[in-house]
Design a protein around this ligand. Structure first.
Ligand code: PNS
Length: 162
């Protein structure tokens, strides 16, 4: 069975993330969407919230499951039996950082490949942080956030900024 990990902070998951996961799900037997608990940036949403949002947004995919993880990604990938790490690339600006990460991950665990999927051009401009700004100022985020969680995110962000 071919398992791949789609890691990220998912703070929160966007339609761009869902698009990448959906395409990865067509290539592998199982995709584990891995939500990093402790990352350098302080997340807006707690780990439980980010996992819950991702679960709701991805519920329709039978071969996708969502988990929280902590520590090194390559160790996590090994623990869950994944042969690949999948990352979405929006633009050249993403590439340098992602390339560096893929090389260091390969050095730490040569058995796990990193694969890049180009983001759908509809979502090239999208980022979780921009969506949060729009929502915090009462803008409409329906084009950017999966419909299963849009209302919830809008409500929580407005409350947090008041
Ligand atoms: O959504 P992001 O912020 O681009 O995700 C980055 C993430 C969480 C995939 C990356 O920071 C990560 O895997 N962190 C875990 C620690 C790790 O393994 N770092 C790479 C080697 S230093």
């Amino acid at each position: 069975m071919r398992v791949a990990v789609c890691p990220g902070s998912f703070d929160p998951i966007t339609k761009g993330h869902v698009d990448v996961v959906a395409r990865a799900a067509g290539l592998f037997d199982e995709i584990i969407v891995a939500v990093l608990c402790n990352y350098e940036k302080t997340p807006t949403f707690s780990t439980d919230e980010r996992v819950d949002f991702a679960k709701k947004a991805l519920a329709r995919f039978e071969n996708v499951r969502v988990e929280a993880y902590d520590g090194l990604l390559v160790n996590y990938a090994k623990d869950v039996g994944a042969c690949a790490i999948i990352k979405g690339l929006r633009a050249v600006t993403d590439f340098e950082y992602e390339f560096q990460m893929s090389l260091i991950n390969k050095k730490m665990n040569p058995e796990v490949e990193t694969l890049f999927l180009n983001t759908n051009s509809d979502y090239m401009y999208l980022s979780s942080s921009l969506v949060k700004q729009i929502a915090a100022f009462g803008g409409d985020i329906t084009d950017f956030i999966p419909e299963e969680i849009t209302e919830d995110i809008q409500r929580r962000l407005i409350r947090r900024t008041k």
